[in-house]
Design a protein around this ligand. Structure first.
Ligand SMILES: *Cc1c(COP(=O)(O)O)cnc(C)c1O
Length: 362
């Protein structure tokens, strides 16, 4: 069986380095807010090109903390793509704000910038973009609208560690960006982890405090905060893996290039990109009309696939108030997409076999 993602193989490449760092933590007996966190957040800020990085407990918290720190709440509207992982939208509603769903571009799967302006009202506070599947949103139009209507721009970069757009990395394309280090992400830890990156000094200090019980120094609480911290073990693992992120992304790009040049089947629509560096291929998503039959066919040929995602947020039970909403492009995407294996530890033989099996599909 060709696994969709072999996490054991991915992490075991760094086993010696990780073992050593964890041993150091055990020897020191310091588990939170220590040197590992300091080292990783400094290195990740530098990697993204931002002034600040704050380690938090997960990607959803990172999004939540950004919205809280901007002070958005009841009655405020935040524009967000309808085609995203539900976390992006949950972060908005958990703060009492109203998510305003915008349809994606059918080719890039990212928010369609041309459909945003018509959704802006006097209640709109921010545009939250998602660099879905690892491909940067084309930001120019978003920045223009933000300037024109005085809105904040927030990035959900949970699938886009290392993506470059116009010479800048994801995480440095907005007022504040959220990252997830969930194990399966391009930069993943051994459990849950997340971060916020920003160039805004005040926002950074506020997020850091809110994430630590609203405290700017020990037992001094200036906000009604939460507990959302990146622990020392996860920070150490991420600090090790960050050194290999570019190399891993380059491997993903090579596989994507191979698939795009060699998969030739009229039943399969390959993903579109507008620029090689703007994509880090968190997943390789193809579209096909009889998606479930195609998935079974691959399964029968020992190729594991996943669907990102089978049901759009507005059709989920959690958002029953939206279930009658019609978002045809989002729905079409969710009905026809399927992600085939792409990862930095795949062998040439596996990649070639996947190509051959797909080309033989009728
Ligand atoms: C993974 C992911 C999140 C949530 O991250 P967690 O660390 O699992 O909370 C948010 N948005 C997107 C687009 C994601 O892919």
């Amino acid at each position: 069986m060709i696994k969709f993602l072999d996490l054991e193989k991915i992490n075991n490449r760094f086993r010696d380095e990780i073992d050593l760092r964890i041993k150091t933590i055990l020897d020191k007996g310091w588990y939170l807010q220590g040197e590992e966190n300091e080292s990783f957040t400094k290195n990740f800020a530098q990697y993204c090109g931002t002034k600040h990085c704050i380690g938090v407990a997960n990607g959803l918290d990172a999004l939540n903390l950004i919205i809280k720190a901007f002070g958005f709440g009841d009655g405020d509207e935040i524009i967000v793509p309808a085609n995203t992982y539900i976390a992006t939208i949950l972060a908005i509603s958990q703060n009492g704000c109203t998510p305003i769903l915008v349809e994606p571009d059918i080719n890039t799967y990212n928010i369609n910038p041309d459909l945003i302006e018509e959704k802006i009202t006097e209640k709109t506070k921010a545009i939250m973009v998602v660099h879905l599947y690892g491909q940067a949103v084309q930001m120019e139009k978003i920045w223009e609208l933000a300037k024109k209507y005085d809105l904040k721009v927030i990035e959900d970069s949970a699938q886009a560690h290392g993506t470059v757009y116009n010479g800048k990395r994801a995480g440095n394309l907005s007022d504040a960006s959220a990252f997830s280090f969930y194990p399966g992400k391009n930069l993943g830890c051994l459990g849950d982890g997340g971060a916020v990156t920003t160039n805004d000094d005040n926002l950074a200090a506020k997020i850091k405090a809110i994430a630590n019980y609203g405290s700017d120094r020990k037992y001094h609480h200036i906000y009604k905060g939460v507990n959302s911290r990146l622990d020392e073990i996860q920070a150490a693992v991420l600090d090790v893996k960050l050194k290999y992120l570019d190399q891993d992304n380059e491997k993903r790009r090579k596989i994507a290039k191979y698939y795009r040049e060699n998969i030739k089947n009229e039943n399969i629509i390959l993903p579109a990109t507008y620029n090689e560096t703007s994509h880090v291929w968190h997943v390789f998503v193809v579209r096909t009309n009889e998606r479930d039959r195609f998935q079974r066919y691959l399964q029968n040929n020992d190729i594991q696939t996943i669907i990102h995602y089978p049901t759009p947020p507005h059709k989920q039970g959690a958002y029953s108030e939206w279930n009658d909403l019609s978002l045809p492009i989002t729905e079409e995407i969710h009905k026809t997409i399927i992600s085939i294996p792409i990862s930095p530890v795949m062998t040439e033989k596996e990649i070639q076999r996947i190509m051959e099996v797909i080309n033989e599909y009728v």
